[in-house]
Design a protein around this ligand. Sequence first.
Ligand code: MN3
Length: 248
Amino acid sequence: MCQLIRNDIMKKIHRKDFIKTVAVSAGAALLPIPERVQAGILQNYAFTLPPLTYPYKALEPYIDAQTMEIHHTKHHQAYINKLNEILDKEQNLKGLSLEKMLDAYTQLPVSENSKTVIRNNGGGHWNHSFFWPLLKTNTTPGGKLNEALLSVFGSMENFKTTFEKAALGQFGSGWAWLIDTGKTLQIVSTANQDNPLMQGQVQGKPILALDVWEHAYYLKYQNKRADYVKAFWQVLNWDQAEKNFLQK
Ligand code: MN3
């Protein structure tokens, strides 16, 4: 990106974000943004599909292999393709990290249509990249996150019930999240591919996420979202959640 265009973008976003963006440009070593996920997120354009670290069948019988394969190779890939397509056209955004684009998408110097494409497909790419490492069978809650959950929610049971309510209460497509607002842990839900990095949402550091789009569960659970949400506790990777929680 040429310096003039970069300066123009910088004028449109506030000082804190300016520092973030410069650091992204200068290289990963200087990056002050938490490395919230393993792959694919802090890349700049062109974005690529992060490989799963487990086979598609690894989450059976709770999430079936076919759902995982379609979800990863078709749905997630489609968000990436559409995000790259719009960035092909919006040359002046190519140097920005995905997190930066999502945080400030309303202020990006592009058309309203491009903002919507970035919101939906950039969000889709970020959310799924964050979600995949959170899935693994046979892990147990422990460590600092467990302590924090007990302190905020009183019991693991109450935390789970509250999270399930958020997942079931999200009308239509969306996500349920556990976030660290900097002051407390909070459960929120977002519509479509919105997420807690975006201005206009309850913002915080994501710790847990659950995809409640029908494409995430329909083959196995059909209209029974509640059964899918219950099954999530069998495939939640508590080790990854702890990592997300401890990440500065
Ligand atoms: Mn999905």
